[in-house]
Design a protein around this ligand. Structure first.
Ligand SMILES: [Fe+2]
Length: 234
């Protein structure tokens, strides 16, 4: 299966702390059935330029590259871009799309969303030609007013990702199940950061999903996610 959200590069962000941990996360993921993993280190526009981020990412990847093999998933590189006001005017940020695709993973703020955020994101989408995947949608539901949170789905303009962990807690599970049943859930990501504190929990999420919808539905869901990625390849 595809894991579209992870922090596996060593010391690139608050994810893997060492090359060893990085490889351990990859091996753990492979054991849980992940065949393709997108590395999406945090990108904060107020801290560095996309160009600097890309240079750092390439440099960091070289540390684990020689150790990759049949026990690790194949890797694609992207970023988890924290929304910033004016994203629609930034040309450079487009380079942070998942490599070889026109998909970009965007994290929304963890405070009440600015009134013009959705318009800014839509302008970004149309100006850049990129499709936006909204990261871990379940994590915003308690922070936003219900009508604002709902707008994201009403627009039907964004692809939606839930974390594997969403399936493990009552309230977020309710949302994840609802989105899945409505055909609005596009991707599940591990958002794994470390082997101890935030390990990959794809297998646990699968268990919960399969218990509710069955193995065939899980297989279908995984295939659908993979084909969305394929359709967005350039
Ligand atoms: Fe993340």
């Amino acid at each position: 299966m595809l894991d579209i959200h992870s922090h596996i590069l060593p010391k690139m962000d608050d994810g893997a702390k060492s090359t060893e941990q990085s490889l351990e996360l990859l091996r753990m993921s492979a054991k849980q059935g992940v065949t393709t993993m997108v590395s999406t280190s945090h990108f904060y526009a107020d801290q560095e330029s996309p160009e600097h981020f890309l240079r750092r990412r390439a440099h960091t990847f070289r540390k684990i590259e020689p150790e990759l093999g049949s026990d690790t998933p194949s890797l694609l590189f992207g970023a988890e871009v924290l929304y910033f006001y004016g994203i629609s005017r930034s040309k450079e940020v487009r380079d942070l799309a998942i490599e070889g695709t026109n998909l970009i993973l965007i994290e929304l703020p963890f405070h009440p969303w600015p009134e013009n955020m959705i318009d800014d994101l839509l302008s970004f989408k149309y100006a850049s030609g990129l499709d936006i995947v909204l990261a871990h949608i379940e994590r915003y539901q308690d922070i936003q007013k219900k009508n604002i949170f709902r707008q994201i789905f009403e627009y039907d303009e964004f692809l939606i990702q839930c974390n594997a962990e969403a399936f493990l807690y009552h309230k977020s599970k309710k949302l994840a199940f609802k989105l899945y049943k409505e055909g609005k859930l596009d991707f599940i990501g591990s958002d794994c950061h470390s082997t101890e504190r935030r390990p990959p929990k794809i297998a646990e999420a699968k268990k919960v999903f399969v218990k509710k919808f069955g193995e065939a539905a899980w297989e279908d869901f995984c295939r659908r996610s993979e084909s969305i990625l394929e359709e967005h390849k350039k």
